[in-house]
Design a protein around this ligand. Structure first.
Ligand SMILES: [Zn+2]
Length: 450
């Protein structure tokens, strides 16, 4: 029989290894929990929502089927007919059961996506219904409607999600938002698309339009008005309609084309964007210059689309580089991490002083992508060039779920970087405060109380 001494060295080193590993795991847990706590305490400045006045929501009957938002996009991509589903959702005689039966197979196929997970988690936290199934959709819908009262925005956004201020994109209605919780941006894409020809713009901004100079003047009036109305920036969703590559056409060519469109307004709708490109490119450049003149942020959709059947390559943010370089005085806020062109956008923002990157919408598109993006952004970009969160929802429940997911991912990235020795905890938390609060406040020139 071997003596006890025979085991001493291997046993001792085994015990020491276990002790060391336990200490390590303890330290790791402590770091993670301190970072999480610090990130959870930050009152977020949310760069992008589509929330409209609360009054419009409380006037309507709400249910699960008014709350699907992005989860519905995944169901369209899975084959659910968009028009058909909308017609069932909006039919006055349709029951909740009719609506559930319309989406049930698609809901099950898309349970795994982050759009679905975030929504389900928000319903669980806010309405106490842990899963959305055939057995729960009715009760969940009842609870959503019971909560649909004035003050719900405040409860969900401010108290539960810890969002101090959201910048919303909801058209001219943005002026009517509660200033305690919201600021707004305004779209001016109508100056490119001209879809209701010219009458709409003439009426809206009180300018008569015959020539390109009039059209440019109308834009100036619109931009002065939006400043006077308290908007904090201009938003463009033009990537949904055409490429983000804007050229510098000679004015004579733009003028010729404008005169033709003005003389034959039906061409506005029958011509492709490729045909109207000189006028569109010219006006987009004027918007960028107008933002510089008024010190307004210019927030531009880049990358992935919320709906289906579009060409994502047209929205690659690198298409914007010539425009950005022609307008060094404009603050370009490029949205959504340019998904899936995230690295392209990081390289742009690292190189171009007038580009900041806005991580709105990204955590719910893909939490893993968001993790990697932020991880690289820490290594590549100055802290004040990263805007860390925008919910990008039309329902506060979505913004809540998204903010919760964002805090989780941000905490994980920061803690992993502490544990790998990249930086210390204090520096990590200062960075979190910058991207979630200070940088958005600086870019949109918001006055925060502290
Ligand atoms: Zn949006």
């Amino acid at each position: 029989m071997p003596s006890a001494r025979y085991f001493t060295v291997p046993v001792l080193s085994f015990v020491l290894t276990i002790v060391a590993l336990t200490a390590c795991a303890d330290r790791e847990d402590e770091v993670r929990s301190r970072i999480e706590k610090g990130v959870n305490q930050i009152m977020i400045v949310d760069t992008h929502e589509h929330l409209g006045p609360e009054k419009l929501r409380t006037e309507r009957v709400m249910s699960l089927f008014t709350h699907l938002h992005y989860a519905l996009s995944d169901m369209w991509a899975d084959g659910l007919g968009r028009r058909m589903a909308d017609s069932v959702f909006n039919a006055s005689g349709a029951s909740l059961a009719d609506k559930w039966n319309t989406i049930a197979p698609y809901w099950n196929n898309t349970r795994n996506t982050a759009y679905n997970k975030v929504l389900t988690e928000a319903f669980s936290d806010l309405y106490g219904i842990d899963d959305v199934t055939e057995d729960t959709y009715e009760e969940l819908s009842n609870r959503i409607q019971q909560a649909n009262k004035p003050g719900w925005y405040h409860t969900v956004l401010k108290e539960k999600a810890g969002i101090e201020l959201s910048i919303t994109d909801t058209g001219l209605r943005g002026t009517g938002m509660n200033r305690d919780m919201f600021r707004a941006v305004l779209r001016l894409d109508e100056f490119l698309l001209m879809w209701d020809s010219f009458g709409d713009v003439e009426k809206k901004w009180g300018v008569s339009v015959q020539t390109l100079a009039d059209w440019e003047y109308a834009l100036e009036v619109a931009m002065d008005s939006l400043v006077a109305l308290g908007f904090v920036g201009v938003k463009s969703g033009i990537a949904y309609n055409r490429t983000l590559r804007f050229e510098d056409f000679p004015r004579e060519r733009v003028e010729q084309m404008f005169d033709r469109l003005r003389a034959e307004p039906e061409l506005v709708n029958s011509q492709s964007w490729q045909q109207k490109k000189p006028v569109q490119d010219w006006m987009f450049d004027r918007i960028a210059k107008g933002c510089a003149k008024r010190d307004l942020a210019f927030q531009i959709h880049t990358g992935f689309f919320y709906d289906i059947n579009r060409d994502v390559t047209q929205a690659n943010p690198t298409n914007l580089t010539p425009l950005v370089m022609r307008n060094p005085g404009t603050r370009f806020v490029l949205m959504h991490c340019g998904y899936p062109y995230g690295r392209d956008l990081l390289a742009m923002a690292k190189n171009l002083p007038n580009v900041v990157t806005d991580m709105c919408w990204i955590y719910v598109i893909s939490p893993s992508f968001a993790y990697e993006y932020l991880n690289e952004a820490i290594e590549t970009l100055p802290a004040d060039k990263v805007l860390g969160f925008g919910g990008d929802y039309g329902i506060p429940e979505g913004s809540y779920g998204h903010a919760k997911l964002c805090r989780r991912i941000v905490s994980r990235v920061l803690a992993d970087k502490v544990l790998s020795g990249y930086w210390g905890e204090a520096e990590a938390l200062a960075y979190a405060r910058s991207i979630l609060r200070d940088a958005p406040a600086k870019v949109f020139k918001l006055d925060l109380e502290n």
